[in-house]
Design a protein around this ligand. Structure first.
Ligand SMILES: Cc1cc2nc3c(=O)[nH]c(=O)nc-3n(C[C@H](O)[C@H](O)[C@H](O)COP(=O)(O)OP(=O)(O)OC[C@H]3O[C@@H](n4cnc5c(N)ncnc54)[C@H](O)[C@@H]3O)c2cc1C
Length: 375
């Protein structure tokens, strides 16, 4: 059993990833505001704190997404959309950005709404979060893997923020059910071998790239996420371009080859494989074929790891209340990726971490000092 400090309120946080650290800092700030000191926080991690944030956004850390409407924001989560309404109504992107500003992280928003630190450095985000924590005395980091609930029996408040990797047994030891973990936001193996490695396509549905084994890129991550629970093989249909554009081109240049016309919108190497009638005059191709060429059908046979990988699945949401508190066990909370919430690329997964961690922290503190006194 882990020995903890002799304070009245002993709080254990398991996992020092983005959600665990944000939760710890929020608890510390709330207690500080309320001049409350009779507590200690022990943060357990089997690895270095915030190591997982270093890889985010290709080392740049896509902190959140500047979509200001909560419902629109939440529509970017294939799992957890409705659960997040209440979480986001209490802590949303503006609160997160204020928080980051308060610890010295200025941000900027890219054209596609993704928000990054001005430093463009996940390492900087990590350092600033850890520096903010180091200002407090009542918190201790313990490098240790927690295997079972029984190891934490000396704590009266427990927050589980251990992410979705290798956490099944720990969650089950608290009596909680897990919605089966599945890979989401990953590259896909496809049946047809196009031999187009490195060729990237800007389609109507989004951007993707052919890889050695299949396809990858933002659109493919989204497809993998939406279909995370589908059995393989499954078929996807990608809209390559607006067929009306092609109709116009055909009308204007009826004697040009259809392949050349489509190549004005897509890479020629791809069109050569995609359009069997490449050299035929455009005016000889039926309308239904023209429409057909505007779609790419892919038979997906498996996933393979690449890019921003998040796992779908986790602690069943129906076993949690609106503060991510366990309905099955007293004084137990979950936040971050371990809950059955996952979002698309673009900063949505980290925002789930920040917002769920905040709600957990607020509830933990409210359970110790009267909610009325909390600011
Ligand atoms: C390559 C990559 C890039 C990404 N980029 C982005 C991005 O730019 N924007 C975005 O929004 N999302 C991004 N994500 C997703 C995002 O990183 C995760 O959603 C987020 O890290 C989840 O945070 P978490 O704190 O819930 O869990 P984690 O980050 O997984 O942290 C969990 C922590 O718990 C520890 N731990 C686990 N089990 C135990 C145990 N039993 N005992 C003790 N410690 C334990 C782990 O060591 C870890 O430190 C990316 C993911 C990957 C893989």
């Amino acid at each position: 059993m882990v020995q903890s400090s002799p304070k009245k309120n002993k709080i254990a946080i398991v996992g020092a990833g983005p959600s665990g650290i944000y939760c710890a800092l929020t608890i510390l700030n709330l207690f500080k505001k309320n001049n409350y000191t009779d507590f200690c926080i022990d943060v357990f991690d089997k690895d270095e704190p915030l190591k997982t944030i270093l890889k985010t956004g290709n080392g740049r850390c896509n902190i959140t997404n500047f979509t200001s409407d909560i419902k629109e924001f939440a529509s970017n989560y294939p799992r957890g959309e409705k659960f997040l309404y209440s979480i986001f109504s209490r802590h949303f992107i503006f609160d997160t950005l204020d928080f980051f500003k308060s610890i010295g992280i200025d941000t900027y928003t890219e054209d596609d709404n993704r928000v990054f630190p001005v430093s463009q450095s996940a390492k900087d985000v990590r350092n600033k979060l850890l520096t903010a924590i180091s200002d407090f005395k009542n918190i201790k980091f313990i490098k240790k893997k927690i295997h079972l609930a029984s190891e934490l029996s000396s704590y009266n408040k427990i927050v589980i923020s251990c992410g979705s990797k290798d956490s099944e047994n720990l969650i089950k030891s608290f009596g909680h059910e897990i919605v089966e973990f599945k890979k989401a936001l990953c590259a896909l193996n496809i049946e047809n071998n196009y031999n187009l490695q490195g060729v990237s396509i800007k389609s109507e549905d989004g951007d993707f790239i052919f890889t050695r084994k299949g396809v990858s890129g933002p659109l493919i991550f989204k497809i993998s996420s939406i279909n995370a629970y589908k059995d393989f093989p499954y078929e996807v249909k990608i809209k390559l371009y607006d067929e009306n554009k092609l109709f116009e081109l055909v009308k204007k240049y009826p004697k040009k080859s259809i392949g050349n016309l489509i190549s004005t919108m897509l890479p020629r190497s791809f069109v050569k494989q995609h359009v069997p009638d490449f050299d035929k005059n455009a005016c000889e191709i039926s309308k239904s074929h023209l429409v057909n060429y505007s779609f790419l059908k892919l038979k997906v046979i498996s996933t393979y790891s690449e890019g921003e990988i998040v796992r779908a699945g986790g602690v069943k949401l129906s076993d949690l209340d609106k503060n991510c508190k366990s309905k099955l066990k007293d004084n137990l909370w979950f936040c971050g990726e371990i809950i059955d919430v996952d979002g698309f690329c673009g900063g949505f997964n980290l925002q789930n971490c920040w917002s769920s961690a905040y709600c957990v922290a607020f509830d933990v503190v409210s359970s110790i000092i009267s909610n009325n006194n909390l600011e």
